[in-house]
Design a protein around this ligand. Sequence first.
Ligand code: SF4
Ligand code: SF4
Length: 318
Amino acid sequence: MLETRFIPKLDRSITRLGLGALPMGPLQLKLAPDEGARVVRAAVENGISFIDTACRYGTYEHIARGLRGWNAAVTIATKTHARQDRCLAERHIEEALRALGRDRIEIMLCHVAREPFTDDVWGPTLEALVRAREKGLIGMVGMSTHSVKAVGAATIHPEVDVIHPLINMNGLGIVDGTADEMLRAIRKAHDAGKFIYAMKTLGGGNFVGDREKALRYVFEKDYIDAAVVGMVTPSEVEWNVRFLSGLPIGGELARRTAMHNKKLNLLDMLCVGCGECVSHCENGALALVDGKAVVNHDLCILCGYCAPHCEMLAIRFV
Ligand code: SF4
Ligand code: SF4
């Protein structure tokens, strides 16, 4: 059985393991909605009751189809990237409710990512979220971030219920500090009463080859209430659920979900064309084309040496 956490503000429990819906969508693996729906369905059938997505991820349809006819409670967290724009944030709330076919979104966050969390940029967005919370359209509001400082800013913000920070065993993707510094900030936020659910536990797929250690690193910390893990096949769902439930994992399931089944994926919207990854690939698998990194899959051996050199966390393995 997966561990659960009770969330008083929602008056319900969720599994500490959540399904991260980013990698299945158009920004990464580009699964068709029905294919993504099979992953979502496998997740809830295996006991997962928490799903994380965002307006930007393009996965509302995958989730809605996967949950069609499913009667048990599933908690959904999504995000709006509206900045300094209350009207756009309101449209994102309406879109989430409509596309997911729900009367209420349990958690909705400001999609802050690599930026500072300041009132001049995120104030109008938070205002829209708080108003929707008052109307009962949203259960809890908060923010997602890759920054230690932003976790600190959210910790002292009275309207923030939830913080969704980036944390993993190597600190991969943290923009302004180490993993230890992020952990200290997270612990403080948790002690201040914020609900914490972590992202990038597997470093955007970079740690799939060492996934046991990477998952333990996050799930063993009880001040991290939950963590979402990107999963793109029913087998990956099964592997994660069995591992975190302490159940044995057969050789065939381990092989089906191992690193060699992954592919390097470059996130165009994040790549700034610095060329750092190109100079660290000894296999000549990367090149810059029109200011963006591109991969030659025939040459890429999935060694992962390039990814830690990408400050934008644009290199993922899905
Ligand atoms: S290191 Fe990252 S940002 Fe720089 S070119 Fe490579 S993928 Fe793009
Ligand atoms: S994973 Fe290894 S082989 Fe593939 S592009 Fe990165 S450094 Fe090159």
